[in-house]
Design a protein around this ligand. Structure first.
Ligand SMILES: Cc1cc2nc3c(=O)[nH]c(=O)nc-3n(C[C@H](O)[C@H](O)[C@H](O)COP(=O)(O)OP(=O)(O)OC[C@H]3O[C@@H](n4cnc5c(N)ncnc54)[C@H](O)[C@@H]3O)c2cc1C
Ligand code: FES
Length: 299
């Protein structure tokens, strides 16, 4: 079992956790993720490793509460424990000195992009970051991303922070004004990633997206995360999650992600009406750890 060391709200519906997971912290690289279960009757969900501290033995996860499991996770506090955390999974981001890189983050995509933006900056790239959100209170990790960016632009739908408009409005400006853009990394909702791909496609700018397909095992065995890339079937968990945006079939991705919408809606409604059932399972784990500290991941 895995202890929550710290838990802190970053924005409405978005919580940052440090989890004690020494083996994952020692191995993880930018772009990789974990699959976790909150308790032993829970579903498995993939979450990007936002940061890893090998010395402290912790990993950082940033969670947007969109459905049952992410809302359950966001109701937890420091001192409680997660049933299992498997990782690091997926291929690391391809980090090298490209030249000028534009990082585009939409919503929680900004949190997912943060570790790769940091690694790209460390590799010597000039990093221009565009953050998009509906309004000011939903802009996440602005300070953290500013620290790893040469320039940072905030775009909000209502103009309450930065400029009013879409991330693609700013991207179009940069594409016109910058002498050269060598890579665009876009992470966020499917329509945003698709729109970014259409801005860069005519100019042949290399563009990478991180795909949020539905995952179960995370090891290439269940086929749940299959995506169509360049006409070929790929598994986002082992062949990705990052792919060439100009080759991704976003229509298939959107269709597959919507497949369980009714069941997801019902699960969320049941959890919101009766959260005690799940919370009691977490409490039971905490009591078990008190009795048997050896069950906790420490080394
Ligand atoms: C590689 C990867 C990294 C991710 N990193 C983060 C992150 O760092 N922070 C974050 O907040 N979210 C991240 N996500 C998305 C997160 O996994 C989903 O929001 C979560 O699984 C939803 O579960 P739920 O029960 O709360 O919601 P549900 O109601 O079950 O689903 C809400 C929506 O989330 C998607 N979804 C559902 N189940 C899964 C699943 N098992 N795998 C992937 N997507 C699913 C579906 O599109 C669905 O419509 C990541 C997804 C992937 C694939
Ligand atoms: S999650 Fe099962 S094959 Fe990718």
């Amino acid at each position: 079992m895995f202890e929550i060391v710290t838990a802190r709200w970053l924005a409405e519906n978005l919580k940052k956790f440090e989890i004690r997971a020494p083996r994952i912290a020692a191995k993880q690289q930018a772009g990789q993720f974990v699959i976790l279960r909150v308790h032993d009757h829970g579903e498995r969900i993939p979450l990007t490793i936002a940061a890893g501290d090998a010395v402290a033995g912790t990993i950082t996860l940033i969670v947007q509460g969109v459905g049952k499991t992410t809302q359950l996770m966001n109701s937890l506090e420091a001192g409680q424990v997660l049933r299992d955390v498997a990782g690091p999974l997926g291929l690391p981001s391809e980090v090298r000195n490209y030249g000028t890189v534009v990082v585009v983050g939409g919503g929680v995509g900004s949190a997912i992009a943060w570790p790769t933006a940091r690694a790209l900056k460390c590799a010597g790239n000039r990093v221009l970051t565009i953050l998009g959100a509906r309004s000011q209170d939903l802009v996440v990790l602005e300070d953290e991303l500013r620290q790893v960016s040469d320039e940072l632009f905030v775009m909000t739908d209502d103009g309450s922070c930065g400029e009013r408009g879409l991330v693609t409005d700013k991207l179009k400006q940069l594409v016109q004004n910058e002498q050269r853009i060598d890579l665009v990394l876009a992470i966020g909702p499917i329509p945003m990633m698709r729109a970014v791909a259409e801005v860069t496609r005519p100019r042949g700018i290399r563009t990478t997206v991180s795909l949020n397909s539905i995952m179960v095992d995370g090891t290439g065995m269940c086929g749940g995360c299959r995506v169509l890339v360049g006409g070929e079937t790929k598994f986002a968990c082992v062949d990705g999650p990052e792919f060439d945006a100009h080759l991704v079939d976003f229509t298939v991705l959107a269709q597959r992600n919507a497949m369980y919408r009714d069941a997801e809606h019902d699960a969320l409604e049941r959890f919101q009406n009766q959260p005690q059932r799940d919370l009691q399972r977490v409490d039971h784990q905490c009591r078990l750890i008190d009795k048997h500290p050896e069950l906790q991941q420490r080394t």
